[in-house]
Design a binder for this molecule. Structure first.
Ligand SMILES: *[C@@H]1O[C@H](CO)[C@@H](O)[C@H](O)[C@H]1NC(C)=O
Ligand SMILES: *[C@@H]1O[C@H](CO)[C@@H](O)[C@H](O)[C@H]1NC(C)=O
Ligand SMILES: *[C@@H]1O[C@H](CO)[C@@H](O)[C@H](O)[C@H]1NC(C)=O
Ligand SMILES: *[C@@H]1O[C@H](CO)[C@@H](O)[C@H](O)[C@H]1NC(C)=O
Ligand SMILES: *[C@@H]1O[C@H](CO)[C@@H](O)[C@H](O)[C@H]1NC(C)=O
Ligand SMILES: [Zn+2]
Length: 949
């Protein structure tokens, strides 16, 4: 899935208000679960005593016993759902169906295990090759997390025998965003419309029909859907022809039959019934179609997706050396969707915000998001779908790869964006944070430790997506992109329509390395990066050339004796680029790290390596001096990385907090996005910790001083409601405005108010450029009162474009009026006002506002029962809610409250929030300590620097 994006799963929602990642791209990321698996190993089911009835007992764990192998399913599905509310008809929201799976017995057994969840299985029979029915002794659904449906036979199945298992079943469709579910929207203003949508990954195909629901249990699927008239059914393969009509119980129905799929995994199946419209183009042998609400298609919102999809496919065909494996590609924008998107083979599903784009209404970051998510999901059509991981413990390979490759895909269709640079901000710096905690976990998990659906779901985290992407990028840089591509191509060819694990990839990459006559050992280099949690900090002393590595943890020294093989790209002020490879702990002295005179050294050029760098004080000072004298001498990515490294090294007490703050001084002269964004993200922590204290005054004064030139740089454009040409400059214009306005630059606030006022006076024309809307709405509402809020709320309710709705939904959280915030919180309990999928992020936005912080915390405590029931399941994350609402916690009092909350709620009602709560407690403890140690120094630094001219 896309981080959210991808779901592939939606990316974790960045709700940082200050920066673009928050303001512009208000995105639910691919990863929903920021949880750490290794903290909570799955409990093994109690061992069931082996009975004497058969030669093989029940499976020893939650995995299928591997004695039966599915080959082909024939599935009929009939969802009872009217696309609109007709007079006299009732929606029942149920579905019925049947499935026949042909399977082979490879080990003798008298029991069949398939997965089934929340289904009423109404009939079951098993036949052998000749069609003879095999008597069934007993059948039962196991009452544990295995979701095993067990069928005991009177006699044994023979090895090499082929059998058929038939099941008929009934189920219900909810709005829970998992399995097959109901999504809802309005047309022509207020007419309700319904559709059937689906989301199987990771373990919900079993909620649609009983099946061997593991990724390695690939089979061919012959799907037939029976659906109401006036609707259209979609699945992974093409229809065999126009639907046939039939009459069932006096009502007309349509029967749509699909061609058999390729051999594929159950988690990639998709079933949709809708009255959507389509934009269609031809791409070589394939039909490429984008489906959405008729109004969205009519307004051209699918045009951008349609425009870039073919080009991205073409790029991947070259990259992978394999043609797109199917003859059609449908992409569908769903009004309700849990993750960001899901790569179902041939029928990719998206949140509307991840697929639809409207010129003039959507912002640049919306556009970037659409391109990124599409590129991510298309990357999976080969890597993930054609070749699939053997088991979920290798999810990182799937998601990390798609995340990395999506940057290359976007770069192909939007070369002017320099998108490849942004991986450093969006993924690497972001995951550096998580991976520096003692609670982090390695990329690779042990297969035995990943068993239950809950544990599998938790793997969809930023380690999997972003660290996965970072280490693959490092590897590709190390062995060269061309060699990486060669290895990738042979890996895909060798394993197509099958399953593989990371070792298979390493061995194909190794062959490519050898063929290129290089000396790298892929498995040896990658081992530490994938099997150890965390990452190193490389410490360089330029006085004597000493270099060493150490496991970087924010809070403590590492108890582990970790060692990494680190490729290091270096730059010296006068001598250009060199490289080194550090595969010992050190310190060792190497000449390349030594400098003379005023020369500086910069390591990890362009941040191609997944590590931080620390230097001796002299080198730090030379680098800072270089930034002040002429920052262009240092690559833009590294200007950002120096800031990010310094702040984090200070957090971990490698360097003084004042050195970190000093890295922001030169920004007075820099207008580039990456350094600014890096600084703002890090200063964001200072804002959270200090915006309720006396530090905030001087801090604001400093920020005002630093941002003033940047604000003036863009001011003419801003006042004229226009935006700069360049992609990242567009982002930095947003930063300029949000930092200037939130730090009380009067001209900025007046500008925001004036632009919003102009819209209120003439509500039919909104002249605020889409890019600037989030920040201008937010600042105008913050500076305004009830009238501005009500205006925005009305606009929110009437907005038909998801991205515009999201901007308004965020901006509504910016008011300083407590009663408005309080009422807005209560709206999150009413799905008519705030969709369920948006509730968590809305509460988090409110908590992010200093005026809403304690309101939001009180709110989730008092509404916990409801919230955990409604939002506890599926991929809505209680974890991200707890995480969001407790960001600012930094006092003993808040710590006590958290502990009390933990004590009051048994593990089960917290469900997916358990781990997040524990992390929140730890984070609060760390915050308390940090504030105590740094407050005075920081206060003095801001006082001094804001006064200095
Ligand atoms: C629906 O039924 C009601 C009463 O049965 C009738 O008054 C109304 O006109 C009907 N509406 C439509 C759209 O058929
Ligand atoms: C399976 O369902 C389809 C559609 O409802 C029906 O036509 C078919 O007879 C069913 N198969 C069996 C064996 O009942
Ligand atoms: C499944 O069975 C239960 C118990 O018999 C019943 O209450 C429920 O309505 C059934 N569900 C469907 C979708 O038929
Ligand atoms: C670093 O990245 C920039 C793009 O930001 C690129 O132009 C430059 O060539 C890269 N430098 C190296 C040494 O790869
Ligand atoms: C940080 O380390 C200290 C001492 O090792 C420990 O008491 C504290 O719980 C840790 N905090 C976090 C957030 O890990
Ligand atoms: Zn994905």
């Amino acid at each position: 899935m896309s981080k959210g994006v991808y779901i592939s799963k939606a990316l974790a929602v960045a709700t940082v208000v200050l920066t673009v990642s928050a303001v512009g791209a208000i995105i639910t990321m691919i990863t929903i679960f920021q949880l750490q698996v290794n903290e909570n190993p799955p409990s093994r089911p109690p061992t069931v005593p082996v009975t004497t009835e058969g030669p093989t007992g029940p499976p020893p764990n939650m995995r299928l016993p591997n004695n039966l192998v599915p080959e082909e399913y024939t599935v009929y599905l009939q969802p009872y759902l009217y696309p609109e509310v007709y007079n006299g008809t009732n929606q029942t929201f149920t579905f019925t169906g049947n499935s026949t799976v042909k399977f082979k017995c490879v080990k003798v057994t008298n029991r069949i295990y398939v997965h089934s969840k929340d289904l009423n299985v109404t009939s079951v029979w098993v036949t052998d090759e000749s069609g003879m029915s095999l008597p069934i002794k007993a059948k039962s659904l196991q009452e544990d997390d295995s979701n095993f449906f067990e069928i005991k036979l009177q006699s044994r199945l023979k090895v090499q025998g082929t059998y058929h298992l038939f099941t008929a079943f009934e189920g219900e469709m909810f709005d829970d965003l998992t399995g097959i579910y109901v999504s809802q929207y309005t047309e022509n203003g207020d007419e309700e419309r319904f559709l059937v949508a689906s989301q199987m990954q990771p373990t919900d195909a079993r909620k649609v029909f009983p099946c061997f629901d593991e990724p390695a249990m690939k089979a061919v699927f012959r799907i037939t859907m029976i659906h109401r008239e006036k609707t259209r059914a979609h699945s992974n393969a093409k229809e065999t022809g126009p639907p046939k009509t039939t009459e069932i119980d006096g009502e007309k129905w349509l029967i749509t039959e699909f061609h058999p799929t390729n051999k594929m995994s159950t988690y990639l199946l998709a079933f949709i019934v809708s009255t959507f419209d389509v934009k269609e183009t031809k791409y070589q042998r394939s039909t490429v179609r984008t489906w959405a609400r008729p109004e969205a298609i009519k307004a051209g919102h699918a045009d951008y997706a349609q425009k870039i999809t073919g080009d991205i496919l073409k790029f991947y065909e070259e990259l992978y050396g394999i043609s797109y494996p199917l003859n059609k590609l449908d992409q569908m924008a769903l009004p309700d969707f849990g993750a960001g998107a899901m790569e179902n083979w041939g029928l990719i599903t998206y949140r509307e915000t991840a697929l639809l784009y409207e010129e003039g209404v959507s912002s640049t970051s919306n556009k970037e998001w659409v391109a990124t998510v599409i590129a991510h999901e298309l990357a999976h059509q080969w890597f993930g779908n054609l070749v699939t991981m053997k088991w979920w413990n290798d999810l990182w390979l799937n998601e990390g790869f798609a995340t990395y490759i999506s940057y290359l895909g976007v770069d192909r269709v939007e070369p002017s964006w320099n998108i490849k640079d942004l991986i450093v901000l969006n993924d690497i710096q972001a995951v550096f944070q998580v991976d520096a905690l003692a609670s982090s976990h390695p990329l690779s998990s042990n297969e035995m430790d990943v068993q239950t659906p809950a544990v599998i779901s938790q793997l969809f985290d930023s380690i999997t997506y972003s660290k996965g992407a970072a280490v693959l990028r490092m590897l590709s840089d190390y062995i060269s992109d061309k060699v990486f591509q060669n290895g990738l191509q042979s890996y895909l060819k060798a394993n197509q329509y099958g399953n593989a694990d990371y070792k298979d990839l390493w061995s194909h990459l190794q062959e490519a390395v050898n063929a290129n006559k290089d000396n790298y050992n892929v498995a040896e280099v990658m081992d530490a990066w994938t099997k150890q949690m965390g990452y190193p900090v490389v410490t360089i002393n330029t006085m004597n050339g000493a270099v060493s590595q150490q496991h970087f943890l924010l809070n403590q020294t590492s108890p582990y004796n970790f060692l990494w093989h680190i490729p290091i790209r270096l730059m010296k002020s006068n001598k250009g680029l060199t490289q080194d490879f550090l595969n010992e702990k050190g310190p060792v002295t190497k000449e390349v790290y030594e400098t003379t005179g005023k020369e500086w050294i910069l390591a990890n050029v362009n941040c191609t390596g997944y590590f931080r760098v620390n230097y001796n004080q002299e080198n730090w000072e030379r680098l800072l001096q270089q930034l002040i004298d002429d920052h262009h001498e240092i690559p833009v990515i590294n200007r950002g990385q120096l800031i990010d490294d310094a702040f984090n090294l200070a957090r971990a007490k490698y360097i003084d907090v004042t050195l970190a703050l000093n890295t922001t001084k030169y920004l007075l002269n820099d207008t580039e996005f990456i350094p600014w964004e890096s600084a703002l993200k890090n200063l964001d922590y200072f804002i959270l910790m200090f915006d309720r204290s006396e530090v905030y005054g001087p801090m604001k004064a400093y920020l005002r001083k630093q941002v003033e030139p940047l604000y003036r740089h863009f001011e003419d454009l801003t006042i004229n409601s226009t935006v700069p040409e360049e992609h990242t400059a567009q982002y930095n214009q947003i930063n300029a405005i949000s930092v200037a306005c939130s730090n009380d630059i009067r001209d900025c606030i007046d500008m925001a108010k004036a632009q919003f006022q102009r819209w209120m006076t003439d509500p039919s024309t909104n002249r605020i450029p889409p890019n600037l809307r989030s920040t201008i709405y937010c600042n105008a509402i913050a500076a305004g009162s009830e009238a501005e809020w009500e205006f925005a709320w009305e606009k929110y309710q009437n907005a038909t474009i998801a991205t515009e709705k999201d901007k308004l939904r965020y901006a509504l959280s910016c008011t300083k009026d407590i009663w408005l915030l309080s009422r807005y919180l209560s709206y999150t309990l009413d799905p008519e006002k705030i969709r369920k999928m948006d509730a968590v992020s809305t509460i988090n936005y409110i908590a992010r506002n200093v005026a809403g912080q304690s309101l939001a915390w009180d709110f989730i405590q008092s509404q916990w029962t409801y919230i955990s029931q409604e939002y506890g399941g599926g991929i809505m994350s209680l974890g991200s809610l707890i995480d969001g609402v407790t960001q600012r916690f930094s006092s003993e009092f808040e710590l006590q409250k958290l502990k009390q909350f933990q004590a009051e709620h048994a593990e089960d009602t917290l469900s997916s929030g358990t781990r997040a709560l524990q992390q929140a407690i730890e984070r609060t403890q760390a915050n308390i300590k940090w504030v105590k140690e740094n407050k005075q120094t920081v206060l003095e630094w801001f006082r001094r620097e804001s006064a200095a001219s």
